[in-house]
Design a binder for this molecule. Structure first.
Ligand code: PSU
Ligand code: MN
Length: 309
C-alpha cells in the first residue's frame, strides 16, 4: 500500500486492502453538495450497506481537519451531511489549502480518485461525474473530473452524464485524453436520469469480470489513467425524458441569468432540477447510486480475483 503521510485509512479498509479483499471508494461532495439533508446521509449509509451486501468494503472519502480520509465513521458521514454546503467542495486545486489549514472538504470525483489511489483503491462508485458544460466554448467550464480521469488510475462507475453538460463535447474531451468510456450492458451513453442520450459509448461490456479485466490490462500495459463505466439507471426508476429535459433547460437558463459560475454551477443546477421536478429527480438520483454501488462491489471483487491469479 502506498501510504501517504497526509492520509488516514480506516482500520477496516486497511485490513481489507492488505488482504487483497475488494474495496469500493465513495465520494462526499454528493453528500454535502449533491443532495439535501437528511436524504444525503441516509443514502450514503445505505450505499455503504449495499457495498457490504455485495461482498466489498466501502471507503467513503473526505478531508476532515486537514487529514485525507479513506473510510469514514457514521458520525463523520452524518457531520458532512448536516453541515452541507458549509463544507468546502474540494477539487484538486483546493486540496493543498484545506490540508495546510487543517480544514474540512467534501471530495468531488477528482479528489476522491486522488485519495482512493493514494490508499490503493481502484474502484469508485458515484452518481454523476462533472464534464464539459453547455456553453463551454465561451465559459471554458470543463470539470477537473475529466482531467483526473485522464491521469489517475481509478475505475469510476457512474450513471452517465446528465444533460446539464454538453454530452458530445464531454465525450470528445475524454477521447482526446485517452479515457475509455464503457457502457455497462449498453451501446448508448446513459444520461443519468434516463437510459438514453442519443450518443454512443466507445465499448459495451456486459459483466463485472470483463470490466475488471479491461481495467487490469490498462494498468498492466502501463497506460495509466482512469476508465469511465456508465451504468444506465434501472428502467423502473428512470424519468420521463421530456419532463427532465425541460427542468434541465430551465435550470441552465436560470444559472445563466443569475451569473452562477465556477464550483457553484453544478450544485446550483442539481438543487434547481430537484425543485423543478418536485423531488422526483432526487428519488431517481438515489436509486442510480444504489445501482452503481452494486456493480462497483462486484467489479472490485472481480478485480481482486484477477490480482490473486
Ligand atoms: N453530478 C451529479 N452529482 C454530483 C456531482 C456531479 O449528478 O454530486 C458532483 C461530483 O462530486 C462531481 C462534481 O465530481 O459535482 C463536479 O463538479 P464540477 O462540475 O464543479 O467539476
Ligand atoms: Mn466547473
Amino acid at each position: 500500500m502506498n501510504l501517504n503521510k497526509y492520509l488516514d485509512v480506516a482500520p477496516e479498509v486497511k485490513e481489507a486492502l492488505a488482504a487483497g479483499k475488494p474495496v469500493v471508494a465513495l465520494e462526499s461532495t454528493i453528500i454535502s453538495h449533491g443532495m439535501p439533508y437528511p436524504q444525503n446521509v441516509e443514502t450514503a449509509l445505505q450505499v455503504e450497506s449495499i457495498i457490504r451486501e455485495n461482498g466489498a468494503v466501502p471507503a467513503t472519502i473526505a478531508v476532515l481537519g486537514g487529514r485525507l480520509k479513506a473510510g469514514l465513521s457514521r458520525d463523520e458521514i452524518d457531520y458532512l451531511g448536516k453541515t452541507g454546503t458549509a463544507v468546502a467542495k474540494a477539487s484538486r486545486r483546493d486540496l493543498p489549502v484545506l490540508v495546510a489549514q487543517g480544514r474540512d472538504g467534501a471530495t468531488t470525483v477528482t479528489t476522491t480518485m486522488i485519495i482512493a489511489h493514494m490508499a490503493g483503491i481502484s474502484v469508485f462508485a458515484t452518481g454523476g461525474i462533472g464534464g464539459v458544460h453547455q456553453g463551454a466554448e465561451t465559459t471554458m467550464d470543463i470539470s477537473a473530473d475529466l482531467e483526473e480521469l485522464a491521469r489517475t488510475p481509478v475505475m469510476v462507475i457512474c450513471a452517465g452524464a446528465k444533460s446539464i453538460l454538453d454530452l458530445g463535447l464531454t465525450l470528445e474531451y475524454l477521447e482526446t485524453h485517452g479515457v475509455p468510456v464503457i457502457g455497462y450492458g449498453t451501446e448508448e451513453l446513459p444520461a443519468f436520469y434516463t437510459r438514453k442520450s442519443g450518443f454512443n459509448v466507445d465499448y459495451r461490456i456486459d459483466t463485472p469480470e470483463e470490466l475488471a479485466k479491461t481495467f487490469h490490462v490498462k494498468q498492466d500495459m502501463g497506460l495509466g489513467g482512469g476508465m469511465l463505466v456508465t451504468n444506465p439507471i434501472p428502467e423502473e426508476f428512470s424519468m420521463d425524458a421530456d419532463t427532465i429535459n425541460k427542468a434541465i433547460s430551465e435550470a441552465v437558463e436560470e444559472a445563466k441569468k443569475l451569473g452562477i459560475h465556477g464550483k457553484e454551477t453544478t450544485p446550483f443546477l442539481l438543487a434547481k432540477i430537484k425543485d423543478l421536478t418536485g423531488g422526483d429527480s432526487l428519488a431517481s438520483n438515489i436509486q442510480l447510486v444504489f445501482n452503481n454501488a452494486r456493480l462497483a462491489a462486484k467489479t472490485a471483487a472481480a478485480l481482486s480475483n484477477l490480482a490473486k491469479n
